[in-house]
Design a protein around this ligand. Structure first.
Ligand SMILES: C[S@@+](CC[C@H](N)C(=O)[O-])C[C@H]1O[C@@H](n2cnc3c(N)ncnc32)[C@H](O)[C@@H]1O
Length: 238
């Protein structure tokens, strides 16, 4: 019988690759003028390097808490958090180039030095971070993929959620929002099945209120304008 292997590599996380194919738009209208210039000139200066392990010193030149926003859209929420928490290094992942251009405009307008951008799949960033590296993860209005046969495409699935759990430090927060009832039910089911997370809500106000440190995103505001309810779910990493 083979001897036990004290230094055997850890077992792979459950199903982290289940949504490795990116669905959704990569680009909208062609970028012109200042938006195109920012993508050409500013993006290379604030982009997350394409390879190798990631940590605060490599990304920001200093030890600091790190937070990640998955699918930041046009980047208003990420820029808001970065302005409010200048000591934290914020990572944002977004495959939609026009969204990246939106965040670059925020970085330029507010002179933000604590944001790094990944133009692509957030799983690529999560995989390259060490365990317990993040103090917060934001996933606001992820694409709902409401049809049952598309459920695997949702970001909130056991594989990606397991990766988030591994990369969040104990006590770190995983915040998500949706206005889609199918997505809401799915999020609650997946999150409540995961032993690493504790739901912070105690009363309905906790998922309905708009706290000072959590403004609506563009999608959230649009949803409310259409008369939809917006639900906010906050979980603490045990
Ligand atoms: C419905 S939009 C919401 C945008 C923004 N969070 C908001 O609330 O306004 C969902 C965003 O997630 C992005 N997205 C989808 N899959 C992603 C992935 N695997 N990694 C990072 N972003 C992703 C899409 O490109 C899109 O911009």
């Amino acid at each position: 019988m083979a001897p036990p292997m004290p230094h055997a590599p850890p077992a792979p996380l459950q199903d982290p690759l289940s949504i490795r194919r990116l669905y959704g738009r990569r680009q909208g209208h062609p970028l012109r003028g200042p938006a195109a210039r920012r993508v050409d000139e500013l993006l290379p200066r604030v982009a997350i390097p394409p390879e190798g392990p990631l940590d605060a010193v490599r990304l920001f030149g200093r030890a600091c808490p790190l937070a990640l926003e998955i699918g930041f859209g046009k980047g208003e929420h990420l820029a808001f958090q970065a302005r409010r928490n200048p000591q934290t290094g914020f990572l944002g992942a977004e495959p939609f180039l026009n969204g990246v251009a939106g965040l670059l405009a925020e970085i330029e307008a507010h002179g933000l030095a604590n944001i790094r951008i990944w133009h692509g799949d957030a799983l690529d960033v999560l995989e390259r971070l060490p365990d317990a590296a993040l103090s917060a993860v934001y996933l606001l209005h992820p694409d709902p993929w409401p049809k049952a046969r598309h459920a695997k495409r949702r970001f909130v699935n056991p594989g990606p959620v397991g990766l988030v759990a591994a990369r969040l430090a104990p006590g770190g927060e995983f915040r998500m929002a949706t206005d889609h009832p199918v997505q809401l039910r799915h999020m609650l089911t997946v999150m409540h099945a995961h032993p690493a997370f504790e739901w912070l809500a105690e009363t309905p106000a906790d998922w309905q209120a708009i706290p000072d440190d959590w403004p609506d995103t563009r999608f959230g505001a649009k949803a409310r304008a259409l008369g939809h309810e917006v639900w906010r779910l906050a979980y603490r990493r045990r």
